[in-house]
Design a protein around this ligand. Structure first.
Ligand code: TYD
Length: 197
């Protein structure tokens, strides 16, 4: 058993014995953890919500990838997928299909194909809503300080980052940008410090 498995097993054992939380663990219909094909997080309600976050070409050019990742890590979310790619018009046309009749659409596609993007899938409790709050208003000029857009950008056309706006949209966008084989199910070894197990 490697270090992380030992750490996860210890955290889970502590949680079940009440050392990490005052409440007992939930009923588990099927085995969880290493060897079962299901991570321990599958037994904690709500914490497997996922969202798509992408650092847009302006964020990559300005070397802000690390700053974006750092905020999601520090908040407590778990990275389950990540890749650097030059998005083609096909994927962007699907991604932004609701905006296709907007006057800014051609400029948006031109900008989004101008350089690489970093697409990521983050997982955790309420991650869709919380990500939108962390990212800030679509219009950078209105985005509050402390948000990613409010700290790093000043104009709506170069707003650094994308985050899905609903759980349903997140599912669609994750399926669009990632193959299921590119997403990694894994357990954080410190769940009892992030959630009440
Ligand atoms: P939208 O999906 O409305 O916002 P968000 O990214 O916050 O979900 O718009 C997609 C992107 O289109 C937005 O991030 C920046 C760009 N955009 C413009 O360039 N001009 C505009 O007037 C709007 C509304 C969006």
């Amino acid at each position: 058993m490697g270090f992380f498995q030992r750490c996860v097993a210890r955290s889970l054992l502590q949680g079940q014995r009440g050392l990490c939380s005052s409440a007992p663990g939930p009923e588990r219909p099927r085995p969880l953890g290493p060897g079962s094909g299901r991570p321990y997080s599958a037994g904690i309600p709500g914490i497997q919500e996922r969202t798509l976050v992408a650092v847009k070409p302006d964020g990559v050019q300005r070397r802000l990838i690390g700053d974006v990742i750092k905020r999601f890590e520090r908040r407590g979310f778990k990275l389950v997928g990540m890749k650097l790619l030059k998005a083609n018009e096909g994927i962007l046309a699907e991604h932004y299909h609701e905006l296709r009749r907007k006057p800014f659409y051609p400029a948006l596609i031109h900008y989004m194909t101008s350089g690489p993007v970093v697409a990521m899938v983050w997982e955790g409790y309420n991650v869709v809503k919380t990500s939108r709050t962390m990212v800030g208003d679509t219009d950078s000029a209105e985005a509050k300080p402390g948000t990613i857009r409010g700290d790093f950008s000043i104009h709506i056309s170069r707003n650094i980052v994308h985050a899905s706006d609903s759980v349903e949209t997140a599912q669609r966008e994750i399926n669009l940008w990632f193959h299921s084989s590119e997403l990694v199910d894994w357990d954080c070894c410190d769940y009892c410090n992030t959630y009440q197990l």
